[in-house]
Design a protein around this ligand. Structure first.
Ligand code: SF4
Length: 398
Protein backbone atom coordinates (compact mmCIF):
# COMPACT_ATOMS: atom_id res chain seq x y z
CA UNK A 1 0.00 0.00 0.00
CA UNK A 2 1.01 3.64 -0.33
CA UNK A 3 1.88 3.77 3.35
CA UNK A 4 4.26 0.81 3.03
CA UNK A 5 2.01 -1.77 4.71
CA UNK A 6 1.19 -5.11 3.03
CA UNK A 7 -2.28 -4.89 1.45
CA UNK A 8 -4.81 -7.75 1.23
CA UNK A 9 -3.39 -8.97 -2.09
CA UNK A 10 0.23 -8.93 -0.92
CA UNK A 11 2.62 -11.49 -2.38
CA UNK A 12 6.35 -11.51 -1.81
CA UNK A 13 8.69 -10.82 -4.72
CA UNK A 14 9.78 -13.81 -6.75
CA UNK A 15 13.30 -15.25 -6.55
CA UNK A 16 14.51 -16.53 -9.92
CA UNK A 17 16.34 -19.72 -9.05
CA UNK A 18 16.96 -21.16 -12.55
CA UNK A 19 20.33 -22.54 -13.54
CA UNK A 20 20.38 -19.66 -16.01
CA UNK A 21 17.97 -16.71 -16.15
CA UNK A 22 17.32 -15.24 -19.60
CA UNK A 23 16.26 -11.60 -19.42
CA UNK A 24 14.03 -10.61 -22.33
CA UNK A 25 11.91 -7.84 -20.84
CA UNK A 26 11.89 -5.30 -23.69
CA UNK A 27 13.46 -1.89 -24.18
CA UNK A 28 14.85 -0.32 -20.97
CA UNK A 29 13.81 -3.31 -18.91
CA UNK A 30 14.04 -2.57 -15.22
CA UNK A 31 15.87 -5.82 -14.39
CA UNK A 32 18.18 -5.38 -17.38
CA UNK A 33 18.93 -1.80 -16.28
CA UNK A 34 20.07 -3.01 -12.86
CA UNK A 35 22.05 -5.93 -14.27
CA UNK A 36 23.83 -3.67 -16.77
CA UNK A 37 24.81 -1.32 -13.93
CA UNK A 38 25.73 -4.06 -11.45
CA UNK A 39 27.97 -5.98 -13.85
CA UNK A 40 29.12 -2.92 -15.85
CA UNK A 41 27.86 -4.59 -19.01
CA UNK A 42 27.90 -1.37 -21.04
CA UNK A 43 31.54 -0.53 -20.30
CA UNK A 44 33.41 0.12 -23.53
CA UNK A 45 30.18 0.27 -25.58
CA UNK A 46 28.38 3.26 -27.01
CA UNK A 47 25.48 4.53 -24.87
CA UNK A 48 22.13 2.83 -25.32
CA UNK A 49 19.90 4.86 -27.65
CA UNK A 50 16.13 4.97 -27.79
CA UNK A 51 13.14 6.37 -29.60
CA UNK A 52 9.58 6.77 -28.38
CA UNK A 53 6.98 5.13 -30.58
CA UNK A 54 3.34 6.21 -30.35
CA UNK A 55 0.61 4.24 -32.03
CA UNK A 56 -3.12 4.39 -32.67
CA UNK A 57 -5.49 1.79 -34.02
CA UNK A 58 -8.38 2.99 -36.19
CA UNK A 59 -11.52 1.44 -37.65
CA UNK A 60 -11.73 3.11 -41.08
CA UNK A 61 -14.42 3.26 -43.74
CA UNK A 62 -14.27 0.37 -46.25
CA UNK A 63 -13.67 2.82 -49.12
CA UNK A 64 -10.49 4.06 -47.39
CA UNK A 65 -9.16 0.61 -46.61
CA UNK A 66 -6.47 -0.94 -48.80
CA UNK A 67 -5.54 -4.27 -47.16
CA UNK A 68 -1.78 -4.77 -47.07
CA UNK A 69 -0.86 -1.16 -47.85
CA UNK A 70 2.24 -0.04 -45.92
CA UNK A 71 3.37 3.59 -45.77
CA UNK A 72 6.55 4.77 -44.09
CA UNK A 73 7.89 8.30 -43.86
CA UNK A 74 10.57 10.25 -42.05
CA UNK A 75 10.90 13.88 -41.11
CA UNK A 76 7.74 15.98 -41.19
CA UNK A 77 6.32 17.36 -38.96
CA UNK A 78 9.67 17.16 -37.12
CA UNK A 79 12.29 19.70 -38.06
CA UNK A 80 15.21 18.43 -40.11
CA UNK A 81 17.51 18.16 -37.10
CA UNK A 82 15.21 15.86 -35.15
CA UNK A 83 15.14 12.19 -36.07
CA UNK A 84 11.93 10.24 -36.45
CA UNK A 85 9.26 9.04 -38.81
CA UNK A 86 5.96 7.30 -39.25
CA UNK A 87 4.37 4.00 -40.13
CA UNK A 88 0.89 3.29 -41.38
CA UNK A 89 -0.34 -0.27 -41.92
CA UNK A 90 -3.68 -1.33 -43.36
CA UNK A 91 -4.61 -4.46 -41.39
CA UNK A 92 -7.60 -6.80 -41.68
CA UNK A 93 -11.26 -5.92 -40.99
CA UNK A 94 -10.97 -2.27 -42.03
CA UNK A 95 -8.42 -1.54 -39.34
CA UNK A 96 -5.44 0.76 -39.79
CA UNK A 97 -2.49 1.07 -37.39
CA UNK A 98 -0.75 4.44 -37.55
CA UNK A 99 2.26 5.46 -35.52
CA UNK A 100 5.07 7.91 -35.14
CA UNK A 101 8.57 7.47 -33.69
CA UNK A 102 10.69 10.33 -32.32
CA UNK A 103 14.35 9.67 -31.60
CA UNK A 104 14.95 10.48 -27.96
CA UNK A 105 18.22 12.32 -28.59
CA UNK A 106 16.26 15.47 -29.46
CA UNK A 107 17.59 18.72 -28.02
CA UNK A 108 14.61 21.03 -27.77
CA UNK A 109 12.84 20.57 -24.42
CA UNK A 110 9.70 22.19 -25.85
CA UNK A 111 9.21 19.30 -28.27
CA UNK A 112 6.28 16.99 -27.61
CA UNK A 113 6.41 13.60 -29.37
CA UNK A 114 2.68 13.14 -28.70
CA UNK A 115 1.77 16.41 -30.38
CA UNK A 116 4.11 15.73 -33.30
CA UNK A 117 2.25 12.47 -33.85
CA UNK A 118 -1.13 14.22 -33.76
CA UNK A 119 0.15 16.78 -36.25
CA UNK A 120 1.51 14.04 -38.52
CA UNK A 121 -2.02 12.70 -39.08
CA UNK A 122 -3.07 16.04 -40.58
CA UNK A 123 -0.73 15.65 -43.58
CA UNK A 124 -2.73 15.74 -46.84
CA UNK A 125 -1.32 12.34 -47.86
CA UNK A 126 -2.50 10.76 -44.61
CA UNK A 127 -5.62 12.43 -43.24
CA UNK A 128 -7.99 11.09 -45.93
CA UNK A 129 -7.51 7.57 -44.56
CA UNK A 130 -9.18 8.65 -41.33
CA UNK A 131 -12.20 10.50 -42.74
CA UNK A 132 -15.31 9.14 -41.04
CA UNK A 133 -13.14 6.69 -39.08
CA UNK A 134 -13.10 5.86 -35.38
CA UNK A 135 -10.02 5.62 -33.18
CA UNK A 136 -10.15 2.42 -31.10
CA UNK A 137 -6.69 2.02 -29.58
CA UNK A 138 -3.74 4.02 -28.31
CA UNK A 139 -0.36 3.10 -26.87
CA UNK A 140 3.27 4.12 -26.59
CA UNK A 141 6.57 2.39 -25.93
CA UNK A 142 10.25 3.22 -26.04
CA UNK A 143 12.19 1.25 -28.63
CA UNK A 144 15.93 0.59 -28.76
CA UNK A 145 17.89 2.34 -31.49
CA UNK A 146 21.56 2.00 -30.58
CA UNK A 147 22.16 -1.22 -32.49
CA UNK A 148 25.55 -2.83 -33.17
CA UNK A 149 27.76 -0.40 -31.25
CA UNK A 150 25.44 -0.01 -28.24
CA UNK A 151 24.60 -3.63 -27.44
CA UNK A 152 25.99 -4.25 -23.94
CA UNK A 153 27.92 -7.33 -22.94
CA UNK A 154 25.16 -9.94 -22.91
CA UNK A 155 26.36 -12.46 -20.36
CA UNK A 156 26.68 -12.13 -16.60
CA UNK A 157 26.97 -14.74 -13.85
CA UNK A 158 23.88 -16.95 -14.12
CA UNK A 159 22.14 -15.28 -17.02
CA UNK A 160 22.06 -13.40 -20.30
CA UNK A 161 20.22 -10.51 -21.96
CA UNK A 162 18.27 -11.05 -25.17
CA UNK A 163 15.75 -9.32 -27.46
CA UNK A 164 15.15 -5.63 -26.81
CA UNK A 165 16.70 -5.90 -23.35
CA UNK A 166 19.90 -6.32 -25.37
CA UNK A 167 18.89 -3.74 -28.02
CA UNK A 168 18.57 -5.70 -31.26
CA UNK A 169 16.26 -3.35 -33.23
CA UNK A 170 17.24 -2.66 -36.83
CA UNK A 171 16.35 1.06 -37.04
CA UNK A 172 15.94 1.54 -40.83
CA UNK A 173 13.82 -1.60 -41.03
CA UNK A 174 11.80 -0.44 -37.96
CA UNK A 175 11.97 -4.01 -36.84
CA UNK A 176 13.36 -6.00 -33.93
CA UNK A 177 11.09 -8.99 -33.43
CA UNK A 178 13.10 -11.09 -35.89
CA UNK A 179 16.28 -10.57 -33.88
CA UNK A 180 14.44 -11.05 -30.59
CA UNK A 181 13.35 -14.51 -31.75
CA UNK A 182 16.82 -15.35 -33.05
CA UNK A 183 18.50 -14.21 -29.83
CA UNK A 184 16.09 -16.37 -27.79
CA UNK A 185 17.01 -19.36 -29.95
CA UNK A 186 20.72 -18.59 -29.68
CA UNK A 187 20.53 -18.16 -25.90
CA UNK A 188 18.60 -21.44 -25.58
CA UNK A 189 21.26 -23.32 -27.56
CA UNK A 190 24.04 -22.04 -25.32
CA UNK A 191 22.05 -22.75 -22.15
CA UNK A 192 21.21 -26.28 -23.33
CA UNK A 193 24.86 -26.97 -24.07
CA UNK A 194 25.97 -25.63 -20.70
CA UNK A 195 23.41 -27.73 -18.83
CA UNK A 196 24.38 -30.80 -20.88
CA UNK A 197 27.95 -30.14 -19.74
CA UNK A 198 26.80 -30.16 -16.13
CA UNK A 199 27.21 -26.42 -15.63
CA UNK A 200 24.90 -24.00 -13.78
CA UNK A 201 24.84 -20.37 -12.62
CA UNK A 202 28.12 -19.46 -14.29
CA UNK A 203 28.67 -17.01 -17.12
CA UNK A 204 27.61 -18.02 -20.65
CA UNK A 205 30.51 -16.23 -22.27
CA UNK A 206 30.08 -18.31 -25.44
CA UNK A 207 26.71 -16.59 -26.13
CA UNK A 208 28.33 -13.16 -25.85
CA UNK A 209 31.18 -14.32 -28.07
CA UNK A 210 28.85 -15.79 -30.70
CA UNK A 211 26.10 -13.27 -31.46
CA UNK A 212 28.03 -10.84 -33.66
CA UNK A 213 28.79 -13.61 -36.18
CA UNK A 214 25.13 -14.74 -36.38
CA UNK A 215 22.32 -13.36 -38.55
CA UNK A 216 21.56 -10.87 -35.74
CA UNK A 217 25.06 -9.45 -35.92
CA UNK A 218 25.07 -9.31 -39.72
CA UNK A 219 21.68 -7.58 -39.71
CA UNK A 220 22.79 -4.91 -37.24
CA UNK A 221 26.29 -4.38 -38.57
CA UNK A 222 25.03 -3.46 -42.04
CA UNK A 223 22.90 -0.61 -40.67
CA UNK A 224 25.18 0.51 -37.82
CA UNK A 225 25.87 3.99 -39.20
CA UNK A 226 22.33 4.98 -40.20
CA UNK A 227 21.31 6.40 -36.83
CA UNK A 228 24.64 8.21 -36.11
CA UNK A 229 24.61 9.77 -39.61
CA UNK A 230 20.99 10.85 -39.16
CA UNK A 231 21.80 12.39 -35.76
CA UNK A 232 24.85 14.22 -37.09
CA UNK A 233 23.71 15.46 -40.47
CA UNK A 234 19.94 15.74 -40.09
CA UNK A 235 17.13 14.13 -42.01
CA UNK A 236 17.95 15.02 -45.61
CA UNK A 237 21.73 14.60 -45.76
CA UNK A 238 21.99 12.11 -42.89
CA UNK A 239 19.37 9.70 -44.20
CA UNK A 240 20.86 10.00 -47.71
CA UNK A 241 24.32 9.14 -46.39
CA UNK A 242 22.83 6.34 -44.31
CA UNK A 243 21.25 4.82 -47.43
CA UNK A 244 24.55 5.00 -49.29
CA UNK A 245 26.37 3.45 -46.35
CA UNK A 246 23.89 0.57 -46.17
CA UNK A 247 24.38 -0.18 -49.88
CA UNK A 248 28.17 -0.17 -49.50
CA UNK A 249 27.93 -2.47 -46.51
CA UNK A 250 25.49 -4.80 -48.25
CA UNK A 251 27.37 -4.99 -51.57
CA UNK A 252 31.00 -4.79 -50.45
CA UNK A 253 30.95 -5.36 -46.68
CA UNK A 254 32.68 -2.01 -46.33
CA UNK A 255 31.87 1.43 -44.91
CA UNK A 256 33.91 4.58 -45.56
CA UNK A 257 32.79 5.74 -42.10
CA UNK A 258 33.98 2.67 -40.21
CA UNK A 259 31.73 2.39 -37.18
CA UNK A 260 30.43 5.77 -36.05
CA UNK A 261 29.78 6.71 -32.45
CA UNK A 262 26.37 7.80 -31.22
CA UNK A 263 27.68 10.50 -28.91
CA UNK A 264 25.78 11.42 -25.76
CA UNK A 265 23.17 9.32 -24.01
CA UNK A 266 19.62 10.51 -24.72
CA UNK A 267 19.12 12.14 -21.30
CA UNK A 268 22.19 14.35 -21.89
CA UNK A 269 21.12 15.82 -25.24
CA UNK A 270 18.42 18.18 -23.93
CA UNK A 271 19.43 21.83 -23.95
CA UNK A 272 18.13 24.62 -21.66
CA UNK A 273 14.70 25.88 -22.62
CA UNK A 274 15.99 29.40 -23.15
CA UNK A 275 18.09 28.19 -26.10
CA UNK A 276 15.01 27.06 -28.01
CA UNK A 277 11.81 28.49 -29.36
CA UNK A 278 8.63 27.28 -27.71
CA UNK A 279 6.62 25.16 -30.17
CA UNK A 280 3.00 26.20 -30.62
CA UNK A 281 1.05 23.01 -31.23
CA UNK A 282 -2.49 23.28 -32.63
CA UNK A 283 -5.40 22.38 -30.37
CA UNK A 284 -6.82 18.87 -30.97
CA UNK A 285 -10.09 18.72 -32.89
CA UNK A 286 -11.33 15.52 -31.18
CA UNK A 287 -11.94 13.94 -34.60
CA UNK A 288 -8.53 13.38 -36.18
CA UNK A 289 -6.31 14.77 -33.43
CA UNK A 290 -6.71 14.23 -29.70
CA UNK A 291 -5.45 15.20 -26.28
CA UNK A 292 -3.49 12.91 -23.99
CA UNK A 293 -6.24 12.02 -21.56
CA UNK A 294 -8.74 10.78 -24.14
CA UNK A 295 -5.85 8.80 -25.65
CA UNK A 296 -4.80 7.19 -22.38
CA UNK A 297 -8.40 6.09 -21.89
CA UNK A 298 -8.03 3.88 -24.99
CA UNK A 299 -4.93 2.18 -23.58
CA UNK A 300 -7.08 0.63 -20.80
CA UNK A 301 -4.27 1.31 -18.37
CA UNK A 302 -5.03 0.76 -14.73
CA UNK A 303 -3.18 1.07 -11.44
CA UNK A 304 -4.79 0.61 -8.05
CA UNK A 305 -5.38 3.87 -6.28
CA UNK A 306 -3.66 2.95 -3.04
CA UNK A 307 -0.50 1.35 -4.35
CA UNK A 308 2.97 2.87 -3.99
CA UNK A 309 3.85 5.22 -6.85
CA UNK A 310 5.98 3.29 -9.34
CA UNK A 311 7.74 6.39 -10.72
CA UNK A 312 10.41 7.27 -8.21
CA UNK A 313 11.84 10.80 -8.25
CA UNK A 314 15.22 10.52 -6.56
CA UNK A 315 15.74 14.17 -5.60
CA UNK A 316 12.69 16.44 -5.55
CA UNK A 317 14.78 19.62 -5.19
CA UNK A 318 16.84 18.69 -8.25
CA UNK A 319 13.65 18.11 -10.23
CA UNK A 320 12.55 21.65 -9.47
CA UNK A 321 15.97 23.26 -9.84
CA UNK A 322 16.85 21.61 -13.12
CA UNK A 323 13.97 19.80 -14.81
CA UNK A 324 11.63 22.71 -14.17
CA UNK A 325 13.79 25.80 -13.86
CA UNK A 326 16.35 25.02 -16.60
CA UNK A 327 14.48 22.73 -18.99
CA UNK A 328 10.91 24.07 -18.44
CA UNK A 329 9.43 20.72 -17.48
CA UNK A 330 10.00 18.48 -20.53
CA UNK A 331 8.35 15.55 -18.69
CA UNK A 332 5.00 17.29 -19.24
CA UNK A 333 5.66 17.00 -22.99
CA UNK A 334 7.63 13.79 -23.53
CA UNK A 335 5.31 11.66 -21.40
CA UNK A 336 2.64 10.35 -23.81
CA UNK A 337 0.15 9.75 -20.99
CA UNK A 338 0.02 13.08 -19.15
CA UNK A 339 1.52 11.56 -16.01
CA UNK A 340 3.68 14.54 -15.07
CA UNK A 341 2.47 18.05 -14.30
CA UNK A 342 3.96 21.16 -12.79
CA UNK A 343 1.06 22.82 -10.98
CA UNK A 344 0.61 26.13 -9.21
CA UNK A 345 -0.58 26.57 -5.63
CA UNK A 346 -4.20 26.12 -6.72
CA UNK A 347 -3.42 22.78 -8.36
CA UNK A 348 -3.77 24.10 -11.91
CA UNK A 349 -1.22 23.34 -14.62
CA UNK A 350 1.32 26.14 -14.36
CA UNK A 351 0.73 28.40 -17.36
CA UNK A 352 4.09 30.11 -17.00
CA UNK A 353 6.95 27.60 -17.20
CA UNK A 354 9.29 30.03 -15.46
CA UNK A 355 6.99 30.37 -12.42
CA UNK A 356 8.78 29.43 -9.20
CA UNK A 357 5.83 28.65 -6.95
CA UNK A 358 5.06 25.24 -8.46
CA UNK A 359 5.10 21.60 -7.46
CA UNK A 360 5.63 18.37 -9.36
CA UNK A 361 2.60 16.08 -9.60
CA UNK A 362 2.80 12.46 -10.74
CA UNK A 363 -0.48 10.96 -11.99
CA UNK A 364 1.01 7.47 -11.87
CA UNK A 365 -2.30 5.74 -12.59
CA UNK A 366 -2.16 7.05 -16.19
CA UNK A 367 1.23 5.52 -16.97
CA UNK A 368 1.36 3.33 -20.09
CA UNK A 369 4.80 1.93 -19.18
CA UNK A 370 6.60 3.37 -22.18
CA UNK A 371 9.79 4.01 -20.08
CA UNK A 372 10.48 7.37 -21.72
CA UNK A 373 10.82 9.22 -18.41
CA UNK A 374 13.38 6.69 -17.22
CA UNK A 375 15.38 7.42 -20.38
CA UNK A 376 14.86 11.12 -21.09
CA UNK A 377 14.76 12.88 -17.72
CA UNK A 378 17.76 15.22 -18.09
CA UNK A 379 19.20 14.23 -14.69
CA UNK A 380 18.26 10.53 -14.70
CA UNK A 381 16.26 11.48 -11.64
CA UNK A 382 13.17 9.41 -12.47
CA UNK A 383 13.32 5.67 -11.95
CA UNK A 384 10.54 3.49 -13.36
CA UNK A 385 9.92 0.42 -11.21
CA UNK A 386 7.28 -2.26 -11.79
CA UNK A 387 3.96 -1.40 -10.12
CA UNK A 388 2.31 -3.99 -7.90
CA UNK A 389 0.24 -6.76 -9.41
CA UNK A 390 1.55 -6.52 -12.97
CA UNK A 391 -0.73 -3.56 -13.66
CA UNK A 392 -0.46 -1.25 -16.63
CA UNK A 393 -1.95 -0.86 -20.10
CA UNK A 394 -4.19 -3.60 -21.42
CA UNK A 395 -3.79 -3.27 -25.17
CA UNK A 396 -6.33 -4.86 -27.46
CA UNK A 397 -5.47 -5.49 -31.09
CA UNK A 398 -2.38 -3.30 -30.79
S1 SF4 B 1 5.27 8.06 -16.73
FE1 SF4 B 1 7.09 7.49 -17.88
S2 SF4 B 1 6.76 5.34 -18.41
FE2 SF4 B 1 4.78 6.15 -17.78
S3 SF4 B 1 3.81 6.81 -19.69
FE3 SF4 B 1 4.88 8.61 -18.87
S4 SF4 B 1 6.88 8.63 -19.79
FE4 SF4 B 1 5.98 6.58 -20.13
Amino acid sequence: EKDGTQGPGYAPGMALMGKYVLIGEGARGSLAKRLIAKYQLSDGREPAKFGIGLKELWQVKPEHHKPGLVQHSFGWPLDMKTGGGSFLYHLEDNQVAVGFVVHLNYKNPWLSPFEEFQRFKTHPAIKGTFEGAKRIGYGARAITEGGWQSVPKLSFPGGVLMGCAAGFVNVPRIKGSHNAVLSGMLAAEHVAQAIADGRANDELASYEAAWRATDIGKDLKTVRNVKPLWSRFGTIIGVGLGGLDMWLNTLFGFSPFGTLKHGKADYATLEPATKHQKIAYPKPDGVLTFDRLSSVFLSNTNHEENEPVHLIVGDAALQQRSEHDVFAGPSTRYCPAGVYEWVDKDGNAAADPSAKDVRFVINAQNCVHCKTCDIKDPNQNINWVPPQGGEGPVYQGM
